[in-house]
Design a protein around this ligand. Sequence first.
Ligand code: IPE
Ligand code: IPE
Ligand code: MG
Length: 259
Amino acid sequence: MIKGVKGEGENPVSTASRKPRHIAIIMDGNGRWAKQRHLPRHAGHKAGVKTVRTCVEQCVNHGIEVLTLFAFSSENWKRPEKEVGLLMGLFVAALKMEVKRLKRNNVQLRIIGDRSAFSNKLQKLIVSAEAATAGNTGLVLQIAASYGGRWDITEAARKLAERVKQGDLLPEKVTEELISSELSFADLPDPDLFIRTGGEQRLSNFLLWQSAYAELYFTDLLWPEFRVDEFLQALGSFSCRLRRFGKTSEQVTGENPEI
Ligand code: IPE
Ligand code: IPE
Ligand code: MG
């Protein structure tokens, strides 16, 4: 079980902090990968599953604590019905196929997002896959599906409003910590490294609150092309970043400031 340390206040120069505890990835570019090969978009999504395996393996090998993968956004429901159906089918197949491998690798699986939007069959599969890996103590693998940062924040706001209505909470007691505690994965550290493949440099409604101080890493590579070398390059880039969390460089490095 990982303690809910929310990033701030650590000495960012220490060796330990040069490795991200939590990596979040927007897995983008499957459709373009398929198009380049004159294949249907779905072939790109299928190819992307292999990259998911590679990244999970790399995180396990490097002792990363949490990996959060953006698989399907709140907005992706607007895609053509056929593509949505095929993506849901792929999700079902992956949940059935991968649990054994996750268990072998001591990986705990969690799904974050609005699961009420899924079919009953998929909801049941999610519950059983999570239960089957709940006792695992290694990497926490979070799949964000039917997830949106705004959805996450809205859910938290609704829960707090309900408590105020019940007379259980005073409005002036609403703090950043309290809001954080009602968001998805409140028990885990915030993302340190935020990767997006596929060339776009935007957040697309992923982990808006939790990524407030994440280091961003963008690559033009399409998700099915993102392999071990590129993963290591992202880790290397992270290790060179000076995380100031609002302080001056001198405060962080311990050098004498000239003010
Ligand atoms: C990301 O790949 C996967 C999902 C959003 C489900 P895309 O399907 O967005 O691929 P591009 O961006 O069209 O290439
Ligand atoms: C973001 O990719 C969502 C996922 C990778 C699941 P999109 O392809 O949906 O993002 P936009 O629409 O280009 O911003
Ligand atoms: Mg895309």
